[in-house]
Design a protein around this ligand. Structure first.
Ligand code: ZN
Length: 200
């Protein structure tokens, strides 16, 4: 605790960031006061603007300051393929790593009853309505391969089946550059079970 109540409040507020404990928060607070007040002012303004103005796209639920995000309103993208991800970060990862040109649906979470996250919170109804529009022919389920992610994938595949839409799931396997002896058993078993025919 310092002798300045305002400084104490700043340190406490910084702890809302993930991975920032008491020590890191203290270091950050001292850093901005000692060395970068202008940067801190800019950060404060950006934080306020972002929190006030960024909402969620009405169509895909990703973060957006527009009612419909730029990706959803991009006419060049393929509306027949819809990729479901847990978070906007997952969406960005797929965008950067693949040549995917379809649309996304962001759940903003995964099924987790203990955290109060059910079908309603994940926007499953809106997704079902979207599939019922008839435009989507493939639903790519890109939830994480965790217990909760798998439960979510199961629910999504049911929604797709009810709408008569083909559901696909990301393959699980051996990481590129990895060596079999160092790969965990679950991943290796999945990769082995999901082996594919080599074609030439
Ligand atoms: Zn969108």
């Amino acid at each position: 605790m310092s002798s300045s109540p305002l400084l104490n409040e700043l340190i406490e507020a910084l702890r809302c960031l993930p991975g920032v404990g008491a020590k890191s928060a203290q270091r950050m607070a001292f850093h901005v006061l000692e060395r970068d007040r202008a940067g801190a002012k800019r950060l404060a303004e950006r934080l306020t603007t972002a929190v006030d103005r960024i909402g969620n796209c009405e169509r895909c639920r990703t973060f957006s300051e527009e009612r419909i995000c730029s990706l959803c309103s991009n006419a060049a993208r393929d509306r027949s393929i819809l990729c479901v991800v847990e978070t906007p970060v997952d969406q960005i990862a797929i965008e950067q790593a693949t040549g995917f040109r379809g649309h996304y649906y962001v759940l903003l979470g995964r099924l987790s009853p203990l955290d109060g996250l059910g079908a309603k919170e994940l926007g499953i109804d809106a997704l079902a309505n979207r599939l019922a529009e008839g435009e989507v022919s493939e639903l790519i389920i890109a939830t994480n391969p965790t217990v909760e992610g798998e439960a979510t994938a199961h629910l999504l595949s049911q929604v797709a089946r009810e709408a008569g839409v083909r559901a696909t799931r990301l393959a699980h396997g051996v990481p590129l550059g990895g060596e079999l002896e160092f790969i965990d058993r679950g991943t290796l078993a999945h990769a082995f079970g999901g082996r594919q025919t080599l074609t030439d």
